[in-house]
Write a protein that binds this ligand. Sequence first.
Ligand code: PEP
Ligand code: MG
Length: 593
Amino acid sequence: MSFQVFGLPVSRGIAIGRAVLVSSSRVDVDHYFVAEAEVEIARLRESRDVVAAELSCLQRDLPADAPSELSALLDVHLMLLHDDALIVATEQWIRERHYNAEWALSAQLEVLARQFDEMEDDYLRERKADVEQVVERMLRAMARGASPVIADSEDSPRVLAADAEPLVLVANDIAPADMLHFKRSVFTGFVTDVGGKTSHTAIVARSLDIPAVVGAREGSRVIRQDDLLVIDGDAGLVIVNPSDIVLEEYRFRQRQGELEREKLTRLRHTPAVTMDGERIELLANIELPADAKAAVACGAVGVGLFRTEFLFMNRAGELPTEDEQFEAYRAVVVAMSGSPVTIRTVDIGADKPLDRMTAGELRHEHGLNPALGLRAIRWSLSEPAMFRQQVRAILRASAFGRVRLLIPMLTHVSEAAQVIEAIERAKQQLVDAGRPFGAIELGAMVEVPAAALVLPSFLRLFDFVSIGTNDLIQYTLALDRGDESVAHLYDPWHPAILMLVEGVIRQARAAGKAVSVCGEMAGDPAFTELLISMGLRSFSMHPSQIASIKQNVLRTDSRRLAPLVRTVFGSEDVWAGCEELRDAVGAGGTMKA
Ligand code: PEP
Ligand code: MG
């Protein structure tokens, strides 16, 4: 049966493929194709044997006074472990689909979980938890044991079956850090039930440059394993089991899109200069050191935002050392060969918490309203030793190129003062240790309305500012950027937002300070002309967006809208003026819900 699921567009383009349903707790297992099924089956069986031995040991060592239910439970787990519905069926996934063992096991768990959910009998339905526990143990055994069977290359996705049918991933939710696992995965599209357009999950999905839809609400419940899906990343639409005619139409659009992208790649070496000769700096947002390569390949003239918090995630309790961080930052600085690299200190908190084990060691509680809690610079200032460690690592990387240090979520000038003091101490520590470092520029993210409203106080203390429109919108319009139920209110065209952005650009320029936009607005073609007309000359975005923004830059005359911009932001009725501006840029408004 064909039907449609509506969500929010995240990443442009069309993906067509078979649905792979992954439960949220299992998205972090590796997903790749294997050449030799038998080797993978051996890994699966080995994990079964290891778990069987573990369970038998547990049973043997049960104290005499242990409740008899405990022993019975271990019996059930042992029985499940040897059940054909688990092992034989998983082996089939490996043989027929060439999935790696972890993926095959998770896929079979998904099938079994659905069968259990549909059972009438309460007792039987509850056995689902037992299967999950057994699978969890097997996955852990595999993680501890045999290494992956195929060679892992930094550059290429782990795909061996060239003729394999494209696959798209469907999940209830994927944490931003888990989304990173898919940077080199076999999936050609994503659908998640939850998330807003600028949630960090969506941002990472966008950086993967494959079509994705978030906020599809019931998507993972109504879509079945192996359903054929069309993901329309422009419209935020998922078509399940499309008719032949619809499928043909989307295949055509997919080919057109590919041709268009190919054309755009030819702009790679073209300088981004407006029709009236204004040079525009197009920088890249990156999450991992390996992304620097894509930034260069897409023609970025530097890194405008390195979201370093991803180095701190999925670490199972262990945070990166100063040396490890230094190596990561240096790798980016070296890859950018002299172009500026803007390294943001960690933005931990909100929808990017540390994993529970690490957070537990640091005794940080996940607050009731994490977006308003201990996040970003607040978090860093509450862990001064860790903050200084990160600053030292960044400073050390500055000996290898041009580094700019960026501080997220500043709200109080006193925070800025503490930051400056911490940097001075970190420098002194490096001097004492005889470690070299270069000159760095210090920047403030303007992403809290309070900072935008008292900007001159911050401008005095910083060399540059970078506007984080994602959070600026979240905090100005009082809505959670990750909550799909208020996604329709997430409006970058709201006059309050445009006023703040225009004000920051104008004041920074007047003070002779560099200003950039690194939120999603910078990569949205609907805003290119408007931001240039406001005086912006530096944009930072996902590498994949650079070509289409450059195309817009080349078609823009910065003088066309400048007078209207001046009138609108000096007028009484800004609301009407912003509508006029919106009409003037002819914005379809890809970000408008
Ligand atoms: C922003 O808030 O616009 C920004 C760039 O930071 P992040 O998306 O990482 O919160
Ligand atoms: Mg932000």
